[in-house]
Design a protein around this ligand. Structure first.
Ligand code: DO4
Ligand code: MG
Length: 283
């Protein structure tokens, strides 16, 4: 089951993807994502809402919005071996830190975005004008309720400036947080267990002027830490009344000579969810 945010008549609405249609749950009084995802049983709450006849619009005619409204977006890092190896290559200076955090009990978790800055599918992701080496990071994103339980999953792109991050670990917030550096979408998939999600694949293709210049694939099962382990560190000594979104880290890193350019199209597929697609612009 997929829950989306979409724009209709200039307002943001909550919808349910039903085949080729979007059913407008906001017509039944749903004000925001938390009203559905914060319910004790989101699936049952949706079934209850669907007992009324609600307006539907073909998905092809709907403008999807990023599937966050009041949630902060956080991100875990160095959770796949490929990410650890890439960071250690990128910076001799920080190699030990990446090596240590991969095996440490406490994961790396950093703040990524406030909700209103998150880019939706179809919109533009950014590369910094002062970065020389920019990459997308295709990641499974966990949607957590206010108790820290996983209630859904979406696709995330943790856009990153590798030269800035590699120069000094203390520059990580600048490498990770800037305009259009976080994309989420196309919607939130609910009802999958962690075991279901671990059978999913994550694929990325980067297309430049009609030619695929990078392709990569990984399995969610290569994620070293459990979903609950990551969520519990995020929720340690911190409350999220509307829940939160947590990117789980990347398992795909392009070769060191690759950098994104304006106009590139980044397409990320997660087999159990769908496709997140964005065009790159310099910000
Ligand atoms: O510490 C660097 C960031 C790691 C990251 O974002 C990832 O592994 O996905
Ligand atoms: Mg990342």
């Amino acid at each position: 089951m997929h829950i989306c945010r979409f724009i209709h008549g200039g307002t943001f609405r909550i919808g349910l993807i039903d085949g080729n249609d979007v059913v407008d749950l906001s017509a039944a009084g749903v004000p925001d994502l938390h009203a559905v995802l914060g319910a004790r049983h989101p699936g049952e709450e949706i079934a209850r809402l669907l007992s009324a006849l609600l307006p539907r619009t073909p998905l092809s005619r709907v403008q999807l919005a990023a599937p966050v409204d009041h949630q902060e977006v956080w991100a875990a890092g160095v959770t796949y071996l490929r990410s650890k190896a890439a960071r250690m290559e990128e910076s001799e200076f920080s190699a030990t830190a990446y090596d240590r955090v991969y095996d440490a009990p406490r994961p790396e978790i950093f703040f990524k975005s406030v909700a209103h800055k998150v880019v939706a599918t179809g919109d533009t992701v950014g590369i910094r004008s002062d970065a020389r080496w920019s990459v997308p990071e295709p990641e499974l994103a966990l949607v957590l309720n206010s108790s820290g339980a996983v209630v859904g999953c979406t696709i995330g792109n943790d856009m990153s400036s590798r030269d800035i991050e590699g120069e000094n670990l203390l520059y990580l917030p600048q490498a990770k947080v800037y305009d259009r550096s976080c994309a989420l979408g196309p919607w939130i998939t609910i009802g999958a267990t962690e075991a279901d999600a671990r059978a999913w694949t994550i694929d990325i293709a980067i297309v430049r002027a009609g030619t695929t210049v990078f392709q990569g694939t990984t399995s969610v099962n290569n994620l070293k830490r459990s979903f609950q382990e990551l969520a519990s560190y995020l929720f340690q000594s911190q409350r999220f009344p509307h829940g939160a979104v947590l990117l789980t880290g990347t398992g795909i890193v392009p070769a060191d000579d690759f950098t994104l350019a304006a106009g590139d199209v980044v397409q990320i597929d997660v087999s159990g969810i769908g496709r997140l697609i964005n065009t790159v612009a310099v910000v």
